[in-house]
Design a binder for this molecule. Sequence first.
Ligand code: X8Z
Ligand code: ZN
Length: 603
Amino acid sequence: MKISQKTRYLLTFVFTLLVSCTGGPGGGASSADADKFVAEAEKKYLAASMKQGRASWIQSNFITDDTEIISAEASDELTKTIKDLAEEARKFDGLKLSEDTTRKLKLLKLALPLPAPGNAAEREELTKTVVKMESDYGKGKYCPDPSAGDKAKCLSLGDLESILAANRNPEELKKAWLGWHQVSPPYRKDYVRFVELANKGAKEMGFKDLGSMWRSNYDMEPEAFAAEMERLWQQVKPLYDSLHTYVRTKLRQKYGDAAVPATGPIPAHLLGNMWSQQWGNIYDIVKPPTTATTYDLTEILKRKNTDARQMVRYGEGFFTSLGFDQLPKTFWDRSLFVKPQDRDVVCHASAWDIDNQKDVRLKMCIKINDEDFTTVHHELGHNYYQMAYAPKSPLYQNSANDGFHEAIGDTIALSVTPEYLKKLGFIDKAPDESADISLLMRLALDKVAFLPFGYLVDQWRWKVFSGEVGPADYNKAWWDLREKYQGVAPPASRSEADFDAGAKYHVAANVPYSRYFMAHILQFQFHRALCREAGFTGPLNRCSIYGNKQVGEKLKKMLEMGQSRPWPEALKALTGEDKMDATAIIDYFAPLKAWLDEQNKKR
Ligand code: X8Z
Ligand code: ZN
């Protein structure tokens, strides 16, 4: 595939509808010329993307000053290639073109890595700034005692995340939280400059700002997209509120009334995750006391001495059971599965497609636990999508919309049910239905807890890009949103010397985030539809599509469409529905919601 999935994250910027060139519609060009132009443009786009993908892969796997420069140069070249092609494509404005060529020209305009300003020096500065911020994040460490001069004592993000997940001493949790949040202030000024330059590029192309460009990528008006997101958030908010209230009560019992207020926000360092975005790690604190105990997947994986490769093999096994091919040999030879000890890498998990065809790869510092078992499925979902749409022409090699790309692997992971784990030989017997509330709680801690975070990250960026929030208020606005949507508060007072949004990978690396919010809605919609296809009639948390080739075929059909049709058509092909719909996640968790409301009433 021409370009890494990671790069794809950046490729979500849209050109404006370009004004007609002088000399009337088409300026003498014909619709056959347009077909020819598109074919040539796809070749150039593919070549520049592959070059950029390889450079970016090396930079992420070996962070050095040199690889940063090489990667920035390749990004710069790709930006220029697409921008030039899009400008040239103006000559076809106003001409009646074939449906395919019209769509491809639109997608070409959408495929711009960064809306860089026309000025070459500014374009270079912008690409360099973005590459540098991602590298700084990747290199980020917390050295509790820098004067000791012992680098070995410095903690990586992975080390700090492990503390957040497992430690139950609030002081140590706070230290780890604050430690990681020291990494981002040094690139705060870079972010300010990045916003200026990217906005300048967006404006030159006729957009109000970069946020408006991002919102223009969903086959609807940008305002309509913002309204869709809000509609979905309002659908799921009552479910989140019930979970939040219950979890706060359990945390009060654990850490005391002074540490956790009765009605206010929850301190962000107590939720088991650096960004309080998934709470599965505090299941031990909040698990329902009266229902049956279940199993501990982390413990099982460790007991079986599972290694990183084997974790990936399990994920692959699920896909092959649905009728997908095995991963190619090159995947196993070229991927990064284990955090190297001798160099800096970007550990944030990502799935890549380097050559537009079979050269797919995973880059992940796998830990042997429940969370990464799910993340491996998430990433392989990207790789199987990439391989499914590989036969399409380059401009169609993408997901229906970016939320789809994020949802596929998660959909598969929803089929990791007790019954499936029994088939793998992980447990002797699947717990009966008395365990359902526990199982639903475990999953809700990840999936329901995520929703407000998934929504707010781009709420913040949209405000920053539009200028509604200026650099003087970056941190305040971030925490206002985190309190408003997630109901969490920082563990210590924060100021504008901090840059807490920048302590999240996707902000530092400029990856749009609304896609994950959509994916958390879509994956339940997909799961419901696939279970229906399988003829499953029981509760959805017990449905596993493992081994069902007919269902696999249906899924594959949608993946193979790539981006060749507007996303509602792809959604319809799989689910029969053409709108995103949160009733699937709400129905899935309905028994838990009733249980939570009962518990919350008691208090
Ligand atoms: O970034 C990711 C994936 C790679 S696309 C690991 N996720 C988001 C995050 O970590 O913040 C998956 C869930 C949300
Ligand atoms: Zn992903």
